[in-house]
Design a protein around this ligand. Structure first.
Ligand SMILES: Cc1cc2nc3c(=O)[nH]c(=O)nc-3n(C[C@H](O)[C@H](O)[C@H](O)COP(=O)(O)O)c2cc1C
Length: 205
């Protein structure tokens, strides 16, 4: 079984990556194969809306890294998408990736039946995480994936999300910010719960 995580942050290795790696750690601990793709480290050109993927299930853009990423998506049993919130939405590179996935969707849903999950990270406490999460999960559903939530299979506890924030607390009138997601115990715990739930569902397959 292979679990593929896709990071849409324009800052590889930061908060969103740490959240995805926390999910993958749970999966790895069960002996599944894992991989994290940092979209920002790859060349992914804009969809040019040529509509050729309506006739044939392939993309007319061949000279970038999307074909390699599509191979990995097709080989994965579970796909986890992570995006920081940019203006209440997914990041720019994540949206480009979403649009370029159309060749796997129009003739037939090539990813149909796989397990999917999403997570987000934002600066503010209520910075658009829920909207961004819904956009990612809706995208996965469009492709026919079964979206798994972050419910801990042992305790049944669901903390919502995983939706991370830099917000820590109020210090008088001022906001105190976390250094990074490593100080956000609840978010990392929710990421672990998601990983455990993905393992549980994959073992049922
Ligand atoms: C272009 C841009 C737009 C952003 N928009 C929002 C926003 O709408 N709401 C919010 O809370 N944070 C916003 N942020 C902050 C990021 O979501 C936040 O820094 C997040 O932790 C980045 O994730 P990363 O560490 O994985 O890169 C924005 C950041 C950038 C660069």
């Amino acid at each position: 079984m292979k679990v593929l995580a896709i990071n849409g942050s324009h800052r590889p290795g930061h908060n969103t990556a740490a959240m995805l790696n926390t999910v993958l750690d749970e999966v790895k601990a069960e002996g599944f194969e894992t991989e994290l793709i940092e979209l920002y480290e790859h060349e992914i050109k804009l969809c040019k809306s040529c509509n050729k993927c309506l006739i044939k299930p392939e993309c007319s853009i061949k000279d970038d890294d999307m074909a390699m990423i599509i191979e990995k998506l097709l080989a994965a049993d579970a796909i986890i998408l992570g995006s920081p919130v940019y203006f209440g939405n997914v990041s720019g590179i994540m949206k480009i990736f979403i649009d370029r996935s159309r060749s796997m969707h129009m003739c037939k849903n090539a990813l149909d039946g796989k397990i999917g999950a999403a997570l987000t990270h934002a600066g503010l406490r209520n910075g658009g995480q829920e909207m961004t999460q819904m956009i990612l999960e809706r995208f996965l559903q469009c492709h026919g994936l079964h979206v798994v939530e972050a419910r801990d299979p042992e305790t049944g506890i669901f903390n919502g999300g995983p939706l991370g924030t830099m917000f820590d607390s109020m210090a008088g009138e001022n906001i105190k910010w976390k250094k990074d997601v490593s100080e956000d115990t609840l978010t990392l715990k929710t990421c672990s719960s998601l990983g455990k739930n993905i393992v549980r569902v994959l073992k049922q397959k």
